[in-house]
Design a protein. Structure first.
Length: 253
């Protein structure tokens, strides 16, 4: 098997399972462990996975988030439930901000149900989905394109957000704990923070498995969000933190 084909199969396995084991990969492909080591090292260098003891994962770490292309393929039903719950906060005529992320992408695809709307976003997939929709005015935030997040980031993005205002901002995150919300990328964190600053209210979208974790950069406390939308009941500790912050916990579906 060619190297590129083998690496694609490794990535496919990561999408299916979230994690792979080095020994199992070597046996499955009939190659040496050193060969798999090199494959995993190269894929890690491209930012496509995170090495762990005995293998690799695409689950978030304090300084790692998996590529948008992988996240977009995972848990679509859960994301759609969360997006439906988020849509309840949207009313026709609003100006809505939608950040990067695969859950936010699903929400973006549903927004035409609430038209007319003005949608401000740095999420390239949302731009693509809404740009030709009647009754939807898209304000596409420019900047530097990040393939990893399929989003536009950087100073140009932030400066544009400073000149805009919205009724509501939908913010997604890969980590929340200790009463706060986190992200591992500084550019993404700054863009999310600017969106929150520019919106009358902010709504947090987070998979329940992401609670009780931290990441490199603090985004905001739970108290900065009117509601926290998740797909299943979080831990007792997370519930207590959300309640103490005065935010509404919404368990989608």
């Amino acid at each position: 098997m060619k190297r590129d084909d083998r690496r694609q199969q490794i990535l496919d396995a990561l999408v299916r399972n979230g994690e792979v084991q080095l020994d199992e990969l070597a046996e499955s492909f009939g190659v040496s462990k050193m060969t798999i080591h090199r494959d995993l090292d190269d894929l890690e260098g491209e930012g496509l996975l995170r090495r762990i003891r005995g293998g690799a994962t695409i689950e978030p770490g304090s300084q790692f988030e998996s590529d948008f292309r992988f996240r977009h393929l995972q848990g679509h039903d859960l994301k759609k439930r969360m997006a439906r719950a988020a849509l309840e906060w949207v009313e026709p005529g609003m100006t809505v901000m939608v950040n990067d992320g695969s859950t936010a992408t699903v929400l973006g695809s549903l927004l035409p149900e609430k038209r007319p709307l003005t949608v401000i976003t740095n999420n390239d997939a949302v731009m693509e989905a809404l740009k030709c929709e009647a009754g939807i005015t898209v304000l596409a935030l420019g900047g530097r394109y990040s393939a990893k997040y399929n989003a536009w980031v950087g100073r140009v993005t932030e400066d544009a957000l400073d000149a805009l205002r919205a009724d509501i901002a939908f913010i997604s995150t890969p980590a929340a704990g200790e009463g706060r919300v986190y992200h591992m990328d500084d550019d993404i964190t700054r863009a999310k923070r600017r969106m929150m600053d520019a919106a009358t209210r902010s709504i947090l979208l987070i998979n329940h498995l992401r609670f009780d974790h931290t990441a490199l950069h603090v985004l905001a406390p739970f108290s900065a969000f009117s509601a926290v939308i998740t797909d299943a009941s979080p831990s007792d500790a997370a519930r207590t933190q959300i309640d103490a912050a005065g935010s509404k916990l919404v368990i989608a579906g």
